[in-house]
Design a protein around this ligand. Structure first.
Ligand code: SF4
Ligand code: SF4
Ligand code: FES
Length: 287
């Protein structure tokens, strides 16, 4: 195990005030570094973080998987996004990881944090021990270090389950007015539409590890969303065709790791149970 240790002081002149609506102290990072609110806070002694990162570049034939430790000084409101940026800017520009929104919206920063899938931009370092480990999400194609290609898998999954509204009429009518929807139903659909395709649920899933063609909780949640949508013309028989087998809802072992790790708190347990009951009935009665 390579334990190369480097130290880098934090440049406090680059600290900024938290964005409006972000206290920087709410258990979830906002991507901006916060200034100490009081003189007392300014006197606070910050920890030296020891971050063990699994390094490997599959594009480089000379690269071998190893753990590298980086040390840096913790700052107020520091998220893992900020810590990794600090490492890349001051210690090792070759470190690979993904970020886009820094606000839990794009889903690109998911990684294993102490072995558990989570979003790095929504993880405050103060909620971790001074020494912790980071590794890429398992299951997905590794790009390098902490970067994985979730997009490729998500696209294939979306095409496989046809994750779009199948309108009742194939003819485009530009004069048609928008369909009304009961606000309560719209809210239920919106609840499931909040999925950011981060891949945490699939990485945590034992079935996905054993069965590479398993659609994953993300797909089961999407099917449940289209089942709810009155504009979607698909029948229960159509959904049975898509996920009524062991690579679909009947392969799920119901251990619910997906539900536990979903950073958007989607009700995956309820939706998977609902789809299973619906498709068991469909399997018996047919039609
Ligand atoms: S269901 Fe949750 S964990 Fe799974 S991809 Fe969507 S947001 Fe991520
Ligand atoms: S409950 Fe099903 S989909 Fe969720 S992690 Fe377990 S096997 Fe995977
Ligand atoms: S950077 Fe977009 S979810 Fe973390």
């Amino acid at each position: 195990m390579d334990t190369k240790v480097k130290e880098a002081p934090i440049d406090t002149s680059r600290l900024t005030r938290p964005a409006a609506g972000c206290s920087g102290d709410d258990g979830e990072g906002c991507g901006k570094r916060a200034l100490p609110a009081t003189a007392k806070a300014a006197d606070r002694v910050y920890r030296t973080l020891r971050i063990n990162i699994l390094r490997y570049n599959p594009q480089d034939s000379a690269s071998v998987p190893h753990v590298q430790q980086f040390q840096l000084e913790e700052a107020d409101g520091m998220t893992l996004f900020m810590a990794l940026n600090e490492i890349r800017e001051t210690l090792d520009p070759s470190l690979q990881f993904d970020f886009v929104c820094r606000a839990g919206i794009c889903g690109s920063c998911a990684m294993l944090i102490n072995g558990k899938p989570a979003l790095a931009c929504r993880t405050l370092t103060k909620n971790l021990a001074a020494e912790f480990s980071l590794a890429p999400l398992p299951f997905f194609e590794l790009i390098g270090d902490l970067s994985v290609n979730t997009g490729k898998w998500m696209r294939a999954m979306s095409e496989r389950i046809e994750s779009w509204v199948h309108l009742k009429s194939h003819e485009v009518d530009l004069t048609r007015i928008e369909e009304r929807m009961d606000p309560e139903l719209a809210e239920k659909i919106y609840e499931l539409d909040r999925c950011v395709e981060c891949g945490c649920c699939v990485s945590a899933c034992g079935t996905a590890r054993m069965r590479p063609d398993f659609v994953g909780a993300v797909a089961l949640g999407k099917i449940a969303r289209f089942k709810l949508d009155p504009r979607d013309a698909r029948t229960d028989a159509d959904f049975y065709e898509l996920i009524g087998d062991d690579d679909g809802v009947f392969g799920c072992m119901s251990l619910l790791a997906c539900h536990d790790v979903c950073p958007k708190n989607l009700p995956l347990a309820t939706q998977i149970a609902y789809m299973r009951r619906l498709l068991v009935k469909q399997g018996f009665v047919g039609g």
